[in-house]
Design a protein around this ligand. Structure first.
Ligand SMILES: Cc1cc2nc3c(=O)[nH]c(=O)nc-3n(C[C@H](O)[C@H](O)[C@H](O)COP(=O)(O)OP(=O)(O)OC[C@H]3O[C@@H](n4cnc5c(N)ncnc54)[C@H](O)[C@@H]3O)c2cc1C
Length: 457
């Protein structure tokens, strides 16, 4: 734990005099709850938490941190397992009170503030029969997820979350409040679509929406004995998927507490029910599932299917990378190692990249992940600190065993705190040097460095 910084009381009083939100210091009411994030492994103590209500609060809190020489962290939804939304000893700019959402039904666009979660956003859009690509889990924040790319149920048909982004209100390190669009500043808008929190604090996001009420979605689970066949079937089936269909294959544990392991599919089809039934036919007829619950449901419901599997406040350690091919050798490693995984909450998820995501060029946005294939996540979760080392060791070992099969890229939003150096380069790939140039223009002093950091050129 860092030593708590001494804060200049006079400057703090000046900040507090006009601050619309709430300022929390260690020991104060609400401080303990607010410093906590999704991953309970993160236990940092900011010297000040600035719970902002708008762009001016954000600008003032940033200026205060700079004047005090304190590190800045930015919290949107607080879901990053790396825990970089919190600073030890610095100023945490917390947007979780910023929940404004406005849908423009005529233009089919939406504006949402930086503290909104996908569940909250989907609730507003669903009222109008509209949706946009968001995360798989409803409790994830729109801010961090979007700035890093945004993988989700609608990837095949509408691309990543960034592919639907129209503008961002950004508070820069200098305290300027900019509305960044492709017209106002093409370079910065490019960088915001994949460059993470490196360029400032995003206070508002504007997205393109698409008509969507119901999807055909759900879960199909097979006994673990069939895991090799399930993953091999997934590989073949995912070679020719229509855009409307997104499939995740996963090795998981039964949610009934029995500890039974399963090989499962989660599916979401956003075409007509007839088309969905036809496209999903081979998957639904495959093997002898122990559970098959697939059918029409509102889009916000499919967005909650995994919520219980990722409860807040448990300990998390993640590793991930991309596979161009899900080879038999990689499948063997996954099945053998998952059979001995130490926590009944641990999961492996294999997310398919195809369709609209792959029709955007590698350097059209800052997200370089545009090739067909798979994003593989090793998601370790456990409840007891006593088994922390065992779970981290398991995750690292499986990752190391899979390394010969990985491509050179990594998804910035799934990196953990110890993914540094080459992992950072792998997250930005060929876009890294351009990002560094833009970082030098917008944040030359690297004020926003508590992220997957892009060093100013
Ligand atoms: C249970 C779970 C499910 C997930 N599912 C998906 C998924 O389906 N698809 C996917 O793509 N990712 C997914 N992720 C990863 C997710 O995208 C990242 O964790 C992302 O950082 C979450 O955003 P957040 O705002 O909640 O995070 P936070 O922890 O609040 O922020 C993470 C980082 O983003 C930056 N940041 C946050 N808000 C702002 C802002 N307003 N302005 C500037 N920078 C900001 C900061 O650098 C911060 O450190 C999931 C994570 C979890 C834990």
């Amino acid at each position: 734990m860092a030593q708590l910084a001494t804060i200049d009381e006079e400057r703090l009083e000046t900040l507090a005099a006009s601050f619309s939100g709430v300022l929390l210091r260690p020991g104060g009411d609400g401080y303990e709850e607010t410093r906590r994030v999704h991953n309970a492994l993160v236990d940092k103590r900011p010297a000040l938490i600035a719970r902002c209500r708008g762009a001016t609060d954000v600008a003032d809190a940033t200026a205060f941190a700079r004047s005090e020489g304190l590190e800045v962290s930015v919290r949107g939804g607080g879901h990053s397992v790396s825990g970089k939304a919190v600073t030890d000893g610095g100023v945490m700019i917390d947007l979780s009170l910023m929940k404004g959402i406005h849908v423009d039904t005529a233009a089919q666009t939406l504006r949402a503030q930086g503290g909104v979660t996908w569940g909250e956003l989907n609730r507003e859009t669903a009222l109008h029969g509209l949706a946009t690509t968001g995360g798989v889990v409803s409790t994830t924040g729109i801010a961090g997820l979007t700035l890093g790319g945004g993988i989700g149920w609608l990837n095949g048909v509408h691309g990543l979350a960034v592919d639907n982004l129209l503008s961002v209100e950004l508070v820069t390190a200098a305290g300027d409040v900019l509305t960044v669009t492709d017209e106002s500043d093409p370079d910065l808008f490019w960088a915001l679509r994949g460059g993470g929190g490196n360029f400032g604090v995003a206070t508002w996001f504007e997205y393109q929406l698409h008509p969507l009420r119901e999807v055909f979605g759900g879960l199909v689970a097979h006994p673990f004995d069939a895991a090799r066949d399930v993953l091999s079937f997934f590989h073949d089936f995912s070679q020719e998927l229509p855009d409307e269909l997104w499939v995740v294959a996963a090795l998981v544990h039964a949610p009934d507490g029995s500890g039974d392991q399963l090989a499962a599919f989660a599916v979401c089809h956003c075409g007509t029910p007839a088309q969905a039934e036809q496209d999903l036919g081979p998957l639904l007829e495959f093997g002898s599932p122990v559970l098959s619950q697939v059918g029409p449901m509102p889009y916000p419901v499919v967005n909650t299917l995994f919520d219980e599997a990722y409860p807040p406040g448990v300990l998390n350690y993640w590793k991930s990378s991309f596979l161009h091919e899900l080879t038999d050798e990689a499948i063997d490693v996954l099945v053998e190692r998952f059979a001995v995984t130490p926590s009944p909450l641990n999961a492996v998820a294999i997310e398919n990249f195809h369709g609209a995501v792959c029709r955007v060029g590698v350097s059209d946005t800052a997200v370089p992940h545009r090739a067909p294939g798979y994003n593989l996540g090793l998601f370790a979760e456990w409840t007891q600190p006593a088994v922390t080392d065992e779970n981290i060791a398991w995750t690292r070992e499986v990752y190391a065993a899979l390394e010969p099969h990985f491509s050179s890229l990594r998804y910035v939003n799934y990196l953990d705190a110890d993914d540094v150096g080459d992992a950072v380069r792998a997250a930005y790939g060929p876009n890294y040097e351009r990002l560094r140039e833009i970082k030098r223009r917008v944040d030359p002093d690297n004020v926003f460095r508590l992220n997957t950091n892009i060093e100013p050129a």
